[in-house]
Design a protein. Sequence first.
Length: 583
Amino acid sequence: MKKLSLIILVLVSLFLGRGLATPNHFRTHDDLQVFRLNEFENCLRDLELPCRWSANMGKGYGYPYFTFYPPVIYLVPAVIRLLTGWSLVFSLNISALISFPLAALSMYRLIEVMTKKNSLAFLAGILFVLIPYHALNVFVRGVYAENLVWSLTPLLLAEIYLLLKEKKSPIRLGLLGALVLLTHNVSLIMLFPILSIWSIALLISAPHRFRINFFNLAKAIFLSLSLSAFFVFPALLEKNLVYSHSLIEGYYAYFQHFASFKQMLFSNVWGFGASAWGVLDELSFSLGKVYWLGATIAGLILVVKNRLHFKKLLDPLLLAIGISTLYAFFMAHHTSTPLYELVKIFQYVQFPWRYIGMASTTLLIFMVYALHLSKIRYSVLFLLVGVVIASSLYTPYFKPKEYDSLTDSDFVSGQYKNNQQQEHLYDYLPLTVKEVPTSFADFPVNKLGEGMEIIDFSRSSNSYSLALTNSHPQNLTLPVFYYPGWHTIVNGMETPTQYDPISGLITVSVGQGSSKIDLQFRETPIRTLFNLVTLGALAHLQEGTIKQCQSASFRRYRYLCPLLTKRKTLTPLSPPPSSPPKK
């Protein structure tokens, strides 16, 4: 029965995401995904591992986009392309489609571990995929990284539950936490308070195990940070080297993008336009009436059924979910402005209405868990009616506005590429650039000095090589923005890397005669340090996996051990020794 439920759940979720099962492109708010995917592939092709520099962004002069933007959302479609040979557009669409069954199975897992009821978990999984904000993320905004983390949120809650309530290993939670850190860092800013509330509730509910549970939770967090250290810590430490303030100013200032209670609770507007000041937005901020009405009714049923038994109303998990819902509502509404001013990191959320996705999620969990605690006969019927109504109301949202004729070639060449190169120009632009050049980068050089002649030229995502002859000594400006990590080699000798104080472009002193100039983008000592931290965490994780594979409790997953342990040989499991015969 459980296997059938999971199969149906996956099929239903794929049906809702069927608009992505196409090689055709459709426009979204974040329409740079295909261009960025091509840049990430160039990194992999040139063995720039981990990928940090994007050579064609910043009007073609390059900047460290991938130092600050997590890699998972581009790694997945890149692997799909490697395995299938599909186009950039199709691979990106399929990677977004994968998040649909992930979302359904994620909610299924959470409700299953909380209630131990397959029927409630199955219906909750369908309702989770049907949340209007899900359609908004994918088909209107095109924020695939944010949507993936949103899809995995119930699974995060489930793994914390299993760790603190059922004494499971912290490894799975550590791996999942690392995946979130390497997918969308802004989502973690939003999730952290909710995950903290959930964890505190579980810690309090088992006071006799508080110390060991707290220690296991700390181990999971440490593992997450260690596995993602190669990205997380360089991004934090190098933030002061780029124009990151552009992420929270102008159009992206948080105070322009709050949602009203009317928009969240009662509005039926659905559009593909932009977020604007006040209530003039051209897109939906609806929680979905099915979810907040369902949660309200389920809560009232619980109160009525237990009016003489207040203990159930004080269930730690129910309270945690309720508080998390109120927190998400609060952060999406303008009344939270003082908190955004007090805790500056919240301003990087940019659009406070993003919390609507969190509120919808916690409302659904509250509804199902309240029904479970009520122990009413018709809880399955209640959710089934919710599924029917939600399907009729929200299924039409799960499609793009229209498909267009753009293909891969449009994103990697021509005028459309130029437009993509200067979109969000000041996001992560190096501070060494005081004035961005008016023209796009021209290779091998924008302007050749008098008496210079190019003999040979090559370029990759992390290198630049130029051979030339020169009639007299002079300085040459290269079409590459300087950023820590660029090294200059002239005629085989490394020289200090210089750059123009205004344009931020790398400059080289060229002598008379033939010269060979090489630029190489390498890891700095601090990046290398955190690369080693991640490698150390992976090695430690492998050793832990070997030990688990050798234990009887891992017998169920033993077929995975050769994949996880590579050349390590495993001692075969032997049956327990029999007791000696009695004399």
